[in-house]
Design a protein around this ligand. Structure first.
Ligand code: IPM
Ligand code: MG
Length: 351
């Protein structure tokens, strides 16, 4: 098939990990006889430097006109001072909103070859396979903000339809997996969470009575993710809880660098990015872990292009690279750490 893939490398280690993922996508095109057209565009601090805008109109247009977006990372220490009016992060929030990518799939899988890279004991993380669905265009991230010299507010708002679509997606995913859905909220305190819980109950009772639904408070979920992670199947939660819990959950496989994500809407267009940030401390050295971005490219093939065989081939190749002992510095290598290029090459060879 033919597809146009927008490539937004962004800042810090973004371009380095994206380069490896693009190499894998090219290899998949060769092997499975597809044709990709890659359209590169600047985003984040890189785009601020060029245009003054973290999400320039041509970048947004390129993303909108594509079949899928491969995204690296954004963020730059030059904008660390929160008083900056123009910030790199506005680009990813703007892309999610402008492309209506309201559902964020963040799979958390552990790999036997790198069990020892996790800070948790092996017996806890064996067989962990969680699919977190994070609501991505609502909640406190996108509510009204106010600020005076001494007072600030961030509004958290959710409507029933915003919750319903996440409940449907989570339930459908649960049916295709182990049949269990955990809805995470803070319904003992927050009104948005009380609505969330009510809507999830209604959708599940009406459409998915076969799914085993449980509700969990976010503080308890944070604890159970470490205490008995293998018990989770599909997790649905609001925007900010999902942001926090998935960083925590990345310690189950052992590194943020292993975790991919897909931001999806109603159509086929999606945005695919590793869940890690721009890691300015190691940027430009060619040592960042590219596996999370490569696994994001696999999700791109699966969800936007409906190429399940190709997606699974990449995932299995990453597993082979890990089994072959190819570990970047974040994966606690025993000898010399692999570079980003060596990790990419190992996946390529396995493919
Ligand atoms: C993520 C990131 C973003 C978020 C930041 C960069 C705005 O942490 O994708 O998880 O908070 O959503
Ligand atoms: Mg985050």
């Amino acid at each position: 098939m033919k597809a146009t893939i927008a490539v937004l490398p962004g800042d810090g280690i973004g371009p380095e990990v994206v380069e490896q993922a693009v190499g894998i996508l090219k290899a998949v095109a060769d092997r499975f006889h597809h044709q990709w057209e890659f359209q590169y565009a600047p985003v984040g601090a890189a785009a601020i430097d060029l245009t003054g805008n973290p999400l320039p109109a041509p970048t947004l247009a390129t993303a909108k006109a594509s079949d899928a977006v491969l995204f690296g990372a954004i963020g730059d220490p030059r904008f660390a001072d929160p008083s900056h009016k123009v910030r790199p992060e506005q680009a990813i929030l703007g892309l999610r909103r402008e492309l209506s990518l309201y559902a964020n799939l963040r799979p958390v899988t552990t790999y036997a070859a790198v069990y020892d890279a996790s800070p948790l004991r092996q017996e806890l993380i064996e067989g962990v396979d969680i699919m977190v669905v994070r609501e991505l265009t609502g909640g406190i991230y996108f509510g009204a903000k106010t600020r005076t010299a001494t007072h600030a507010t961030d509004e958290c708002s959710y409507s029933s339809p915003e919750i319903e679509r996440i409940a449907h997606l989570g339930a459908r995913l649960a049916l295709s997996r182990r049949g269990k859905l955990t809805s995470v909220d803070k319904a003992n305190v927050l009104e948005t969470s009380r609505l969330w819980r009510q809507v999830v109950d209604e959708v599940l009772a009406r459409h998915y009575p076969q799914v085993k639904l449980e509700h969990m408070y976010v503080d308890a979920a944070a604890m159970h993710l470490l205490r008995r992670p293998a018990d989770f199947d599909v997790v649905i939660t609001e925007n900010m809880f999902g942001d926090i819990l998935t960083d925590e959950a990345s310690m189950l496989p052992g590194s943020l660098g292993l975790c991919p994500s897909a931001a999806l809407g109603d159509g086929a267009l999606g945005l695919y990015e590793p869940i890690h940030g721009s890691a300015p401390d190691i940027a430009g050295r060619g040592i960042a872990n590219p596996y999370g971005t490569i696994l994001s490219a696999a999700m791109l093939l699966r969800h936007s292009l409906k190429l399940e065989t190709e997606a699974a081939a990449i995932e299995s190749a990453v597993n082979s690279a890990l089994n072959a002992g190819v570990r970047t510095a974040d994966l606690k290598p025993r000898g010399t750490p692999a570079t980003s290029a060596e990790a990419g090459k190992a996946v390529l060879n396995a493919l």
